[in-house]
Write a new protein. Structure first.
Length: 344
């Protein structure tokens, strides 16, 4: 179950800027159950109370820029144990994977989803709790945090990403150029960070084997606990894990190693959830096949090799089973439809 709580760090960033906002503590804490003491206790606070703090602060002249104010102060460590695990990850890809895994499993009202593609990875962010009129502030702060994390891992400004924001250009958008180091587009369908492929597997100078290993143990334990509650956490985790990699996709042993369980145990638990490693991997491999056929000029033989098939005949059979037609027919049909659309 997703709990509606958040670390107090974000509220403390605003509390420290009350003078800048021309706001008193009484005004700041109005209509909440919070106080300076509760924030400094270090315990998580209710999301509704945090939203109310933002609404109270928004009423001030500088309140419209709260998201940027919070974002510039925060970093991945405000996510607590999840942030520490991400900071200790061996690569950016691995750190993003751990954020995604715990956003689905642990107490949070934010969902992070990863999707690898030919040019890199899309990181989408969704909020699972009503934020009233403060969603823009949440998005700005979250993207600032992502940028800070990625630049910490790669060691340089993130200039070749793309931020897609699901709201109109705000009146203070000129300030974005001083904060976000990559292009920003507004009025998107959802919040997405597009990360180029060359950054994903950069080795992190902050890699800590012990912290990283402990985070994997914790992930395995939480997934097992959810499994006992009759949910489907193993298939969900496996789908997300494979979906964040490029072909050739990880093997069963790679997935079981991340979860600190045997291949046999993972297979048994997937079977109990009504699926299998082979089935999930086959579905994601098919998605990659479609991407290569639609967005590359590679031959069918080259695509089969990239996807990990031993020979092209096996690829054609697997594709036909999933799609109902051959790879070449799929590509030809897509080209024909694109040509027809261009002529219309």
């Amino acid at each position: 179950m997703i709990s509606n709580s958040i670390a107090p760090s974000y509220a403390l960033f605003v509390l420290q800027a009350l003078d800048q906002l021309n706001l008193t503590e009484t005004q700041f804490f109005a209509d909440t159950q919070l106080s300076r003491q509760t924030l400094y206790s270090g315990k998580s606070i209710d999301v509704d109370d945090f939203v109310q703090l933002l609404i109270n602060s928004q009423a001030t002249p500088e309140g419209d820029k709260l998201g940027l104010l919070i974002g510039r102060r925060s970093n991945v460590l405000v996510q607590g144990s999840v942030g520490h695990a991400a900071a200790a990850a061996p690569t950016l890809r691995a750190g993003l994977q751990i954020m995604e895994s715990f956003s689905r499993l642990h107490a949070s009202y934010v969902r992070v989803e990863l999707q690898s593609h030919l040019k890199g990875m899309n990181v989408s962010v969704k909020y699972l709790h009503p934020l009233r009129n403060t969603e823009r502030f949440h998005i700005e702060a979250t993207l600032c945090q992502f940028q800070s994390y990625m630049e910490m891992i790669t060691g340089s400004p993130l200039t070749n990403a793309l931020y897609l924001l699901p709201f109109p250009r705000p009146t203070y958008a000129d300030e974005y150029a001083h904060i976000f180091h990559s292009p920003v587009e507004f009025n998107a369908v959802q919040t997405v960070v597009k990360i180029p492929a060359e950054l994903l597997d950069v080795q992190s100078p902050f890699y800590d084997f012990t912290v990283w290993r402990d985070s994997q143990h914790r992930l395995s334990k939480e997934i097992k606990n959810l499994s006992e509650q009759n949910t489907s956490p193993y298939s969900q985790h496996l789908w997300a894990f494979l979906n964040s990699h490029e072909p050739p996709l990880p093997k069963l042993g790679d997935a079981s190693q991340v979860l600190h369980i045997s291949e046999r145990t993972l297979n048994r638990r997937l079977l109990a959830e009504g699926t299998s490693f082979r089935k999930i991997k086959s579905q994601i491999t098919h998605q990659w096949a479609q991407q290569y056929l639609l967005h590359s000029q590679l031959s069918i033989e080259a695509i089969a090799a990239i996807l990990g098939y031993q020979d092209t005949a096996n690829f054609r059979r697997a594709f036909r089973k999933q799609q109902g037609g051959s790879p070449q027919a799929f590509r030809t049909s897509a080209v024909t439809e694109k040509s027809f659309a261009a002529d219309s």
